[in-house]
Design a protein around this ligand. Structure first.
Ligand code: IMP
Ligand code: MG
Length: 177
């Protein structure tokens, strides 16, 4: 068990299982993207660890960029997402793969995908480590997902609780006490 601030967390997904699922997801991308030279856009902060592990299994040429957004979920049902760090290269006529840590309500992706399409991307797909299908508020087509989980709060492997816990190599789930 680990403790972060006021909460206790128990082991949920072991790092060996994460590694297996990340590699399997990379193989799917390898089958689909040979010769297409896509741009991967890894979403900061949470996706840094997943992105670093994912790209080490990719066998096709690709570029990687990092972007950062803040979502104002709860204030607006349409989902206001502000760009904190934007893209420094053009994505016009390029295949884009958004690399995300977890899709929860889907608000972030719902805002980002049309933005990228309007910048002239040839295709936009989402590759996420985790998804909580039970919490999705908007219809979203997620082609690449390593693992689906129930509606529970997790930390580790890039994911945080109030900024802490991103460094753990396994994933932990909050313990209700
Ligand atoms: P969405 O826009 O509601 O899909 O929010 C996705 C973002 O919420 C993720 O990129 C995470 O930063 C954060 N998030 C969602 N669920 C969790 C969780 O269980 N632990 C830590 N962060 C989470
Ligand atoms: Mg995130």
């Amino acid at each position: 068990m680990i403790t972060i601030k006021d909460k206790h967390f128990e082991p949920f997904i072991h790092h060996e299982q994460i590694a297996d699922r990340v590699e399997a997801l990379a193989q799917k991308l390898n089958a689909d993207y040979q010769g297409r030279n896509p741009i991967l856009i890894a979403i900061l902060n949470g996706a840094f660890m997943f992105a670093a592990d994912l790209v080490r299994h990719l066998t096709f040429d690709h570029e990687i960029q990092f972007a950062k957004f803040s979502s104002y979920e709860g204030m607006d049902t349409t989902g206001q997402v502000k760009t904190l760090i934007g893209l420094s290269i053009s994505i016009k006529n390029r295949d884009v793969i958004i690399v995300e840590d977890i899709i929860d309500t889907g608000t972030t992706m719902k805002s980002l995908i049309p933005q990228l399409q309007s910048q002239g991307a040839k295709s936009v797909e989402v590759a996420t480590l985790l998804m909580k299908p039970g919490k999705l508020k908007v219809p979203l087509n997620v082609k690449y997902c390593a693992m689906e989980i129930p509606n529970e709060f997790i930390v580790g492997y890039g994911l945080d609780y109030d900024g802490i816990g991103r460094n753990y190599k396994s994933i932990y789930v909050v313990k209700e006490d």
